[in-house]
Design a protein around this ligand. Structure first.
Ligand code: IPE
Ligand code: IPE
Ligand code: MG
Length: 253
């Protein structure tokens, strides 16, 4: 790990052996609305503030070299049930974020990928997403998955469709379908599964996030709402993860 990556890390993180770090962190960024309401503000003020936290946490993960991947739940396929004005605000925020963050992501060598269904996302947002993906595609730093209009069941349904098409066309024998064949047809094809799943704002549920990929992720929930999440909260989650014993169904070694 380069010296700059650990220079100002608090005790407990700087000495952490490489193999104790989570390589892939996935975050359910929840509690924006409740945070705003507690301050006497409109819900959208929480999203606005949450956007700034996305910047800070992405930069921190890019700086901490043992972390290779970050997946952020930005909009679920179920979030379309929300009022039109809130959804419009979220789309404009996403658009602004993509435009303003692009130079910073390039500077930080971040590679961006969108995971989710494109339907329903406004064309001007899709165009910025496509440009960011394309421009950052050869970056060799942190891989940032933005889960937008994402649902785990929808992703598995899309994979089942792709498999059925391949079987009908004779490209795969149904008897040969294994876990790898499914994983290769998910939006996250070729990526490692999350090691650490963080949820903010205290809710003990997965809300249709990465259902296949989190089968053995370590879960860390904080009562802090996403707008109050910061680098030191991230460090606490990493420290806690580092102390866990992962068994994957086996026995302690
Ligand atoms: C998470 O915060 C952001 C999105 C789901 C887009 P919420 O908007 O769900 O905030 P709460 O959970 O209502 O407080
Ligand atoms: C999950 O949060 C989705 C995102 C963070 C984008 P929700 O606020 O939609 O989850 P529920 O409805 O409380 O389960
Ligand atoms: Mg919520």
């Amino acid at each position: 790990m380069p010296a700059d990556a650990t220079a100002d890390l608090p005790a407990g993180l700087a000495e952490l052996p490489l193999e104790r770090w989570p390589r892939h962190i996935a975050i359910i960024m929840d509690g924006n609305g409740r945070w705003a309401e507690r301050q006497g503000l409109q819900r959208v003020a929480g999203h606005d503030r949450g956007g700034r936290v996305v910047r800070a946490i992405t930069r921190e993960c890019a700086r901490l070299r043992p972390i290779q991947q970050l997946t952020l739940y930005c909009l679920s396929s179920e979030n379309w049930k929300r009022p039109a004005a809130e959804l419009e605000f979220l789309m404009e925020l996403l658009h602004q974020y993509l435009v303003s963050e692009r130079p910073i992501m390039m500077e930080d060598h971040v590679r961006v990928r969108m995971i989710g269904r494109r339907e329903g996302i406004p064309p001007h947002v899709l165009s910025e997403l496509d440009q960011t993906e394309q421009l950052s595609s050869t970056n060799d730093g942190l891989l940032l998955n933005l889960a937008i209009n994402y649902g785990g069941r929808g992703e598995l349904t899309d994979a089942a469709r792709a498999l059925a098409r391949d079987a009908a066309a004779g490209r795969i024998d149904p008897a040969e379908i294994d876990e790898q064949a499914i994983a290769e047809r998910l939006y996250t094809a070729g990526e490692a599964d999350p090691d650490l799943l963080i949820r903010t704002a205290g809710e003990m549920r997965v809300s249709n996030f990465l259902l296949w990929q989190i089968s053995y992720a370590e879960i860390w929930v904080t009562d802090r709402a996403w707008p109050d999440f910061d680098e030191s909260t991230l460090h606490s989650a990493i420290r806690d993860y580092a102390g866990r014993q992962r068994r994957f169904g086996g026995l302690d070694s």
